[in-house]
Design a protein around this ligand. Structure first.
Ligand SMILES: Cc1cc2nc3c(=O)[nH]c(=O)nc-3n(C[C@H](O)[C@H](O)[C@H](O)COP(=O)(O)O)c2cc1C
Length: 434
């Protein structure tokens, strides 16, 4: 492998509206999403391509942010329905051997003890291959599903998230790695001296502990987050093993990396201890011209239907963009939802029409072409940015997945810039190996 290889993963948007469920390659009857088969096939493909991990997005509400109604979203299967990703974890673990598996959970609404136990159980069952994407949950409608009238304020949610992660980490450490002695002669299964209460009393959470299952094989399952606001990045710098950034240009990638590394140093951490992944959505073709034509058609679709982008963005920011003039200059907007995402979105143009046309969910424009061309472009970008990896994303169709895992990745491997085999047993060790 080259001196500075990079990591790969897949970010699965757990929503079927943007994946053309009603189009060719979309899976036919629109029922694929209810069954685990597609996700298991995906996971096997990701493992064949030696990805670090498979991240499954999640949210906890049916949006009604566009036109003050759920109609727009439900008719298009945009952000709902979606199954809970957690039950997929053991199924994927059984079907794979090395792949890291990362479901999404909410630090605002999950009870920390239950989450610590659930993730520890999954890490034990998978022999050390589970992680957790910690999100604060951003939608007012999600808060209302959990007994609140209005959502907790953005910065306060991150203060809770910090305490949440602190608490679950302590619960995972409440059993020593060698607590289970299974000593038949002494009649001792677990050594009580190696299992401790934690007596955690925080501002938001209290938990006595110890956890009632053993220490996870990884010690601490891999912690991931994707919030891009300063509070989100500080949360990452304090606790996370990996961060996902959905930015679309090389200068943005470089700035994000420099900023995160600076925050890691402020927290007293080695910047290499937290791996930054950039979302990338390639468009493939048999020839570069064919790929460009595909991209052009996708862009034309985006421009013809800005409401798809606006409704999607509305559900992330609790802003009803249907109430704005598409062609009038847009003033300042604020949100208690995804602040990092809104800031990037608004920077894409002066009017909503321009913004919707220009908005990209990750790196898209430089990665259009044959598999060889896309691999070369990715290697070049990563060389310039300096690390640490890419998260592929895009439609959840067998076609798109094969184009990446059987098209682009073998070309990246040929270039010597990504792994061709797993070195370690645990997800964390593979993630931190380079
Ligand atoms: C690439 C990416 C993936 C995300 N995945 C999820 C998710 O699965 N569920 C969720 O509720 N929020 C998700 N988020 C939102 C963030 O985790 C975070 O809660 C949100 O961006 C608010 O943080 P911010 O204000 O710091 O940007 C995602 C954000 C990005 C950029």
């Amino acid at each position: 492998m080259a001196a500075k290889p990079f990591h790969l993963g897949w970010f699965m948007n757990n929503t079927y509206g943007v994946h053309g469920w009603n189009q060719t390659w979309g899976g036919g009857d629109g029922q694929d999403w209810t069954q685990p088969d597609l996700h298991i096939e995906m996971a096997k493909a990701f493992e064949r391509a030696c990805f670090d991990f498979f991240l499954m997005e999640d949210s906890l509400f049916v949006p009604d942010n566009y036109g003050a109604s759920t109609d727009f979203y439900l008719r298009r299967a945009l952000r709902a329905p979606k199954n809970d990703p957690l039950p997929l974890v053991p199924l994927i673990a059984q079907a794979t051997t090395h792949l890291g598996i990362v479901p999404t959970i909410s630090t605002s609404f999950y009870p920390p003890f239950l989450l610590a136990r659930l993730i520890a159980t999954l890490d034990l069952m998978s022999k050390g291959r589970v992680g957790c994407n910690f999100v604060t949950s951003t939608a007012e409608r999600a808060a209302q599903n959990f007994g609140l009238d209005a959502h907790i304020e953005h910065d306060l949610r991150y203060e809770m998230a910090n305490e949440f992660v602190d608490l679950v980490s302590r619960l995972w450490s409440s059993w020593d790695a060698d607590a289970i002695v299974a000593d038949r002669a002494a009649g001792t299964f677990a050594d009580p001296a190696r299992v401790r209460a934690i007596d955690f009393k925080g501002r938001f959470f209290t938990s006595r502990g110890p956890l009632n299952t053993a220490r996870p094989p990884q010690g601490r399952p891999v912690l991931v987050q994707a919030g891009g606001s300063p509070q989100g990045r500080n949360f990452a710098a304090k606790h996370m093993d990996s961060v996902i950034a959905a930015v679309s240009t090389v200068p943005e990638m470089k700035a994000f990396r420099a900023d995160l590394r600076r925050r890691l140093v402020v927290e007293g951490r080695d910047p290499e201890s937290c791996k930054l992944f950039f979302v990338v959505v390639p468009t493939l073709g048999e020839t570069n011209a064919e790929a460009q034509e595909r991209f052009r058609r996708r862009q034309a679709g985006r421009e013809a239907a800005p409401e798809m982008t606006l409704a999607q963005m509305g559900s992330l920011t609790d802003i009803d963009f249907s109430t704005f003039d598409l062609d009038a200059p847009l003033g300042e907007l604020t949100t208690n939802g995804q602040q990092g995402t809104l800031k990037r979105f608004l920077a894409q143009g002066a009017t909503l029409r321009e913004i919707a046309a220009n908005y990209r969910y990750g790196l898209e424009d430089p990665v259009v072409g044959t598999a060889e061309h896309v691999a070369g472009a990715m290697a070049e970008v990563m060389q310039e940015v300096g690390g640490d990896g890419f998260m592929f994303s895009g439609p959840v169709t067998r076609r798109h997945i094969a184009e990446i895992t059987d098209g682009v990745v073998p070309e990246l491997q040929r270039l010597g810039v990504v792994r061709t085999a797993y070195e370690h047993r645990h997800f964390r060790d593979n993630l931190l190996a380079f």
